[in-house]
Design a protein around this ligand. Structure first.
Ligand code: SF4
Length: 149
């Protein structure tokens, strides 16, 4: 289980929520900029190298979302969760250094783009995203929905 399900107990959240400028949806970001130990159990060596490269170049990005949590440090822009989600919870977030210009899947996707759970309030807890993520970067916890606004 590479993403730590207890992230919300161990990491502090930013006061300001991450905002999707298109939809107005917001979510919390946990542990941005805080070094932490990652669990690479079950992650292949290529994906592990990508994760380590991203962290060495960009630092620790932390975890986006709460009841639908995506570990941005484990996300490798595979995009499978975006396709799998029946209620369109996820959208592309952008290369951290470049602002709102995501290319999206199949269109010059950049490995530094991240899948962002912009619409976590819409989650129906089917777990499809958890199942398809190659780096197990997503954790769904319905019990945390009282922590979102
Ligand atoms: S659990 Fe299902 S509904 Fe919720 S974000 Fe994942 S794929 Fe979407």
């Amino acid at each position: 289980m590479p993403i730590d399900p207890d992230f919300y107990k161990k990491l502090s959240k930013k006061a300001e929520q991450h905002n999707n400028q298109a939809s107005g949806d917001k979510h919390y970001v946990w542990g941005e900029g805080v070094e932490r130990e990652l669990d690479f159990t079950g992650i292949n060596s290529h994906d592990k190298e990508l994760v380590e490269k991203h962290i060495s170049e960009k630092g620790y990005l932390g975890i986006h979302g709460t009841n639908v949590a995506v570990d941005f440090d484990l996300c490798i822009a595979d995009g499978a969760c975006i396709s799998a989600c029946p209620v369109l919870v996820f959208g592309w977030n952008l290369k951290p250094e470049e602002g709102p210009t995501s290319n999206g899947p199949g269109n010059n996707l950049n490995e530094y783009d991240k899948s962002d759970p912009f619409a976590e309030k819409s989650c129906i807890y089917c777990l499809a995203c958890e199942t398809v993520c190659p780096t197990t970067a997503i954790k769904i916890q319905e019990g945390l929905k009282d922590k979102i606004q």
